[in-house]
Design a binder for this molecule. Structure first.
Ligand SMILES: NC(=O)c1ccc[n+]([C@@H]2O[C@H](COP(=O)([O-])OP(=O)(O)OC[C@H]3O[C@@H](n4cnc5c(N)ncnc54)[C@H](O)[C@@H]3O)[C@@H](O)[C@H]2O)c1
Ligand SMILES: [Zn+2]
Ligand SMILES: [Zn+2]
Length: 392
């Protein structure tokens, strides 16, 4: 079959690889009908995720049709149409049973690789996302093996288009969890850093959860336009302001600051000036793995007593963390990989009820052969690229 493979930094290639096979009784094989490139895929593309190996199959946002199931998978059969959450979860450990799906203790066969960085804990494995996250083949391919298929995939019973439900696998739940973590009350203002797909879903989710105002921060006009026109956010282009963003947001909110802030940017934030140079040097030399410009700004801008919600991915240590500001303002921190399985069904209901149409963030639809070029376009934010859907 054809699959998008990681071959090194900045080098994705579509290659012919062996078809996946059932390995365990709880596996299923899915014929992928739609798959997408996530902002998280840019981190291994840019060489920022350790333990990638040449030839690894990428992709953790995918859906398709069940081809084959192992003998223990009783809830699915050949021909069923499913969306597949990006976390791989056993469904029976304490974490899965307590809706902390991203912390599943049983799915990562390479747990020791990640435990070295987490104080001895292992979060759930992920599709197509390095060997420290399990080394599972991803879904940017014609077929994918889905472990614990009796737990993760959700059957799509209606004939709703792939494009409307594909993002249930990751970015819609991710934006939703990020907004939900803020504990939004009526009248609240939420500020969101990053108007990529995750930021755009965080904005829409904040409104769905009752926010009165959402202010979105980015620098790309096309992304800010989507935040404003589609998602109804007030927008700030941080390249067009004189004062630090925290002061601008304080002014926009009558001196209170945003009640909550969301960092939908993560470890590869864009920055300027000497601090950014220092961050880049430290990231390059692996003294520090994360460039946290957006996170620092979000903490400084957050109003007193607010929540800093962090869906953006971080992997290592951060310097110049404004701990004093966070402490002085009594902030709450919420973060992590999304507990996707918790949200897939309720968010599918919202889509089917017409409350949100996730397909509106798609700007590029291409055959899977064009994946290498699309990775470049999406990374460089060229050609108005916000979300790419690949067709195997
Ligand atoms: N927690 C999870 O489970 C989960 C799931 C999916 C994605 N993510 C993470 O969410 C983040 C965003 O994903 P995406 O798909 O939207 O990516 P993306 O690359 O398309 O978007 C990131 C956006 O952040 C903007 N940005 C960069 N520096 C900024 C700054 N200093 N201030 C404000 N904006 C800035 C960029 O211009 C870009 O528009 C990534 O880190 C990704 O890994 C996390
Ligand atoms: Zn993702
Ligand atoms: Zn589990």
């Amino acid at each position: 079959m054809k699959a998008v493979t990681w071959q090194g930094v900045g080098d994705m290639r579509v290659e012919r690889v062996p078809d996946p096979e059932l390995v365990n009784p709880r596996d299923a094989i899915i014929r992928v009908t739609s798959t997408a490139i996530c902002g998280s895929d840019l981190h291994p593309y840019d060489g920022k995720i350790p333990t990638m190996e040449k030839g690894d199959i990428m992709g953790h946002e995918f859906m398709g049709v069940v081809e084959e199931v192992g003998p223990s998978v009783k809830n699915l059969k050949r021909g069923d149409r499913v969306v597949v959450p990006f976390n791989i979860c056993c469904g029976t450990c304490w974490y899965c049973r307590n809706d902390l799906w991203a912390q599943c203790s049983n799915s990562n066969p390479n747990a020791p690789l990640v435990e070295a960085a987490t104080g001895g804990f292992n979060p759930a494995a992920l599709f197509g996302y390095s060997h420290m996250y399990g080394g599972y083949a991803g879904g940017q391919a014609e077929y994918a093996r889905v472990p614990f298929a009796d737990v993760g995939p959700l059957k799509i019973e209606s004939d709703i288009a792939d494009e409307k439900v594909l993002f249930l696998t990751d970015i819609f739940p991710t934006g939703y969890q990020a907004a939900e973590a803020c504990g939004i009350k009526p009248g609240d203002t939420v500020a969101v850093w990053g108007c990529g797909p995750v930021g755009l879903f965080a904005i829409q989710s904040a409104y769905l959860l009752g926010a009165e105002r959402v202010i979105a921060v980015d620098r790309f006009p096309d992304r800010l336009a989507m935040a404003r026109d589609l998602c109804k956010a007030e927008v700030v282009n941080y390249e067009e302001i004189e004062d630090p963003i925290s002061f601008v947001l304080k002014d926009m909110t009558g001196g209170r600051g945003p009640d909550h802030v969301i960092d939908a940017v993560g470890m590869e934030a864009h920055g300027t000036g000497i601090y950014d140079q220092v961050d880049r040097f430290k990231q390059f030399t692996k003294v520090q793995l994360d460039r946290a410009t957006a996170l620092r700004e979000a903490i400084l801008a957050c109003g007193k007593g607010g929540t800093v919600s962090i869906p953006g991915v971080y992997i290592g240590f951060i310097d110049k963390f404004p701990m004093g500001a966070a402490f002085a303002k009594g902030l709450t921190f919420k973060m992590g990989q999304t507990n996707t399985q918790k949200y897939v069904k309720p968010l599918l209901d919202m889509i089917e009820a017409g409350k949100i149409d996730p397909s509106q963030v798609i700007t590029h639809r291409v055959p899977i052969d064009e994946a290498p070029e699309m990775y470049r376009t999406f990374r460089d934010k060229k050609d108005g690229c916000i979300k790419v859907v690949l067709k195997p």
